[in-house]
Design a protein around this ligand. Structure first.
Ligand code: ADP
Ligand code: MG
Length: 257
């Protein structure tokens, strides 16, 4: 490998001309997207635009029908979410992926269980889960409680904590602020700011609250009908402009009907 002086300018992730179909429906028509190192990218778009499908394609859950995914400069064909995770890509899905019957701490260490020899190190997982949640300011009295017993916001916080403490280098957060009260939402936003300050994690976050997107993201992409139609640094866009874009889409759709 050559010593490229621009190596640090290598994007964390490139998505190039990705297509994803579900039978006759084309969810992703032609998506190209760039996530820079240490960047927080906001992904916005109407319901059904393909946002979740894109996240699930990048985290190895869906196989694209065409296009390329490049991670840290190397093209990868993701064989599944475990493969993506091994490459440092971790996602918090919309609607979550917690196991209701397991405890909070077992969920936090799912597929990454700590062991002493062949045995689960429940003690250490319990302690770390408690510490991580406390660091995030999330108040869960008993990390041994089943996840089913938690509120929607608490479950979301556990899912985000799991991803954040997973050593992932690319974090994909699909509407992490949905189902959250104002206070819990603020905790998640703080956490994302902390990650940004660390600089070694790159984040794509899907959100519907554009003020929050402008607040926490470096750049914003708009996904419309399976393709990215807008890509600007947040420093260059106003809340009014983002709202206008989405309202214009809504109006066009009504006219087409
Ligand atoms: N597993 C699936 N099977 C069939 N159609 C799907 C599936 N997942 C998503 N879709 C469809 O793909 C389109 C994009 O969905 P989605 O990615 O969930 O949009 P968004 O997250 O932007 O609201 C929608 O028309 C949706 O119904
Ligand atoms: Mg979605």
């Amino acid at each position: 490998m050559s010593l490229d002086p621009n190596l640090s300018a290598e994007p964390a992730l490139l998505v190039e001309h990705v297509v994803k179909r579900f039978g006759a429906l084309t969810a992703l028509r032609d998506v190209s997207l760039r996530l820079n190192q240490g960047e927080v990218l906001g992904l916005i778009g109407d319901n059904g635009a393909g946002k979740s499908t894109l996240i699930k394609t990048i985290c190895g859950y869906h196989r694209p029908d065409a296009g390329r995914i490049v991670v840290g400069g190397r093209e990868v064909v993701l064989r599944g979410v475990d493969h993506a995770r091994s490459l440092g890509i971790d996602a918090v899905y919309q609607g979550l992926a917690l196991i209701n019957e397991l405890s909070v701490y077992h969920n936090m260490f799912l597929n990454r269980e700590l062991r002493v020899g062949p045995l689960l190190n429940n003690r250490a997982m319990r302690r770390l889960a408690r510490e991580h949640l406390a660091d995030m300011g999330v108040n869960i009295r008993d990390v041994g409680a089943e996840v089913a017993k938690l509120s929607g916001g608490q479950r979301q916080a556990v899912a985000v904590a799991r991803a954040v403490y997973s050593d992932a280098k690319i974090l994909l957060l699909d509407e992490p602020l949905a189902a959250m009260g104002a206070k819990e939402g603020a905790l998640i936003l703080d956490l994302i700011r902390d990650l940004k300050a660390r600089g070694d994690v790159s984040v794509i976050i899907i959100a519907h609250n554009y003020a929050q997107v402008l607040d926490v993201c470096d750049r914003v992409n708009l996904l419309q009908h399976g393709t990215i139609t807008f890509d600007e640094p947040t420093s260059e866009v106003s809340l009014e402009r983002l709202t206008d874009l989405v309202v214009a889409e809504y109006r066009n759709r009504r006219l087409r009907r």
